[in-house]
Design a protein around this ligand. Structure first.
Ligand SMILES: Nc1ncnc2c1ncn2[C@@H]1O[C@H](COP(=O)(O)OP(=O)(O)OP(=O)(O)O)[C@@H](O)[C@H]1O
Ligand SMILES: [Mg+2]
Length: 478
């Protein structure tokens, strides 16, 4: 396995590279420049002392030399050497310099014989400066031709102490660098380890949710990006568990609703095989069976519509519709049933234009009117009407003077499979849920106001705009 696949290893490597880079920069650029500055400063110091010293060079009496050398050496804080230029024996050989006076003569002047800086000053007959190495030590040196002619004055100061300091700085830097490098690797690895652990926890949570287990919450209280990701995961978990619960409930309710009429049908089929059954009873049984089959067919249709609504695949037209006309159509469809169940059915003539899908509006109207007849006692007055309502809306209203829907149930009647206990006739509890979702798909609402004397369902749809009044054929898919 590639050892740099882990975040820890990569982060440690990145930090180590940064530290190593910074260290190399200090080592290769800063330290040499510090060294150069020290040398330059020593050279400037010598150059500053040069005019004063060169002026004092004794011109003849030799007894003045020791005094001069001592003074000059302390003024320049350097070794003072005076050279004589030896003219070459042949024109092809170069002139050489030889020390004749030296402030450090006690140790001998052989080491400064033919000194490169003094030599350069002799060659160019001008001031020369630079560094020279003798043995293990480096020196900053300035040389200048002085009178009497043929003499070179050299000031030479040891750089030993200054360069030793630079070496100490270099060693300390190296030690600190190695320490920082180890620290960077350690810190990088631990930080990455902590992060990787939190990421791993999120990964495990995601796997758990993906496998369909929604019980354990996803927790990471930190306010950083990983914490935010964990909170997004938690919201997803809650939503998915909600959807899963709704899905299970839906399947459970749907199978229950399908099972009831199927059981009843099976019972009737068994009874019908009895050969002693008289004709009237047989016909009654067949009639009940037809009702059960109708109920099953309607249930299947409702379930299919709900699935389509959930998938957003139900095609919804948005055209100009006359709610007055639709109210009339629905009322006439139910007139016979209302008469049979002794419900006085009133249609209040009115005109109201809305934007919607004619078929869906009819479906909602049927569900509302069927409820008003089915869930109220005989003799209850039922009214259907349309109206132009506030905020550029138009409404289809179905109201009855039945016992109403108690407050605690009214909140749930639009839920799928919800039925109020003790309902007079049993349905599957899908009529209002579908009506509500269809109303929303058309950009409208379905509202309920219920009191003990009156129950009013209002389908509110947007009124057509001015342009649509001219061109009434716009269609959209919901
Ligand atoms: N006008 C009404 N008066 C009293 N109760 C009502 C009225 N309309 C609806 N309900 C109550 O609301 C419940 C839900 O109605 P919904 O139309 O969704 O289902 P359903 O009529 O029982 O069955 P389905 O319409 O699917 O055949 C009903 O079971 C009934 O108890
Ligand atoms: Mg109903």
């Amino acid at each position: 396995m590639n050892p740099f696949r882990s975040v820890g290893a990569r982060l440690s490597l990145a930090l180590a590279l940064v530290v190593a880079g910074a260290l190399a920069l200090v080592y290769l650029v800063v330290v040499p420049s510090l060294q150069q500055r020290l040398i330059d400063s020593k050279l400037s110091q010598l150059k500053a002392a040069l005019p004063q010293v060169s002026e004092q060079v004794p011109q003849t009496p030799f007894d003045l030399w020791p005094d001069f050398l001592e003074r000059a050496s302390s003024t320049a804080d350097a070794r003072v050497v005076v050279y004589t230029i030896l003219t070459p024996a042949t024109p092809t050989t170069k002139a050489s310099v030889h020390p004749i006076e030296d402030s450090h003569s006690a140790t001998g002047s052989r080491d400064v014989d033919n000194d490169p800086i003094a030599q350069r000053a002799a060659d160019t007959f001008a001031e020369a400066s630079g560094t020279a190495e003798r043995g293990e030590t480096k020196y900053a040196e300035v040389a200048v031709p002085v009178s009497p002619i043929g003499r070179i004055l050299l000031l030479s100061a040891s750089l030993h102490d200054a360069l030793a300091n630079v070496d100490t700085v270099r060693t300390r830097l190296l030690e600190a660098g190695v320490l920082a490098l180890l620290l960077a690797i350690g810190v990088g690895y631990s930080a990455a380890y902590l992060f990787a652990r939190r990421i791993r926890r999120l990964e495990v949570a995601a796997e758990r949710i993906a496998s369909g287990s929604f019980d354990e919450p996803v927790r990471d209280p930190s306010p950083d990006e990983l914490g935010q990701l964990a909170r997004a995961f938690e919201r997803m978990r809650l939503r998915l568990s909600q959807l899963e619960r709704a899905r299970r409930e839906f399947i459970g309710n749907a199978s229950h609703e399908l099972r009831t009429p199927l059981f009843s049908l099976r019972g009737f089929i068994e009874l019908l095989t009895d050969e002693e059954l008289d004709e009237t009873t047989r016909r009654e049984f067949l009639e009940t069976m037809r009702e059960q089959v109708d109920r099953l067919a309607r249930l299947a249709e409702d379930l299919l519509d709900l699935t389509r609504l959930d998938a957003g695949r139900l095609h919804i037209e948005r055209r100009r519709v006359d709610l007055g006309e639709l109210a009339e159509d629905v009322a006439s469809e139910f007139r016979a049933v209302a008469q049979a169940t002794e419900h006085p059915l009133e249609l209040l003539p009115s005109e109201a234009q809305a934007l919607g899908d004619e078929e869906r509006v009819l479906r909602i109207g049927r569900a509302l009117l069927e409820n008003a007849i089915k869930h109220t006692p005989p003799g209850t007055r039922v009214r259907v009407r349309s109206a132009e309502t506030a905020f550029r809306t138009a409404s289809l209203i179905v109201e009855d003077e039945g016992p109403g829907i108690p407050m605690e149930h009214a909140r749930h009647v639009f839920d799928r499979f919800y039925r109020v206990d003790g309902a007079h006739a049993s349905g599957s509890g899908l009529g209002l849920a579908i009506a509500h979702e269809l109303a929303e798909a058309m950009g409208g609402t379905l509202e309920l106001i219920s009191t003990p004397e009156r129950t009013t369902f209002t389908l509110r749809l947007p009124a057509p705009s001015e342009e649509l009044a001219v061109e009434p054929t716009a269609a959209v898919s919901a």
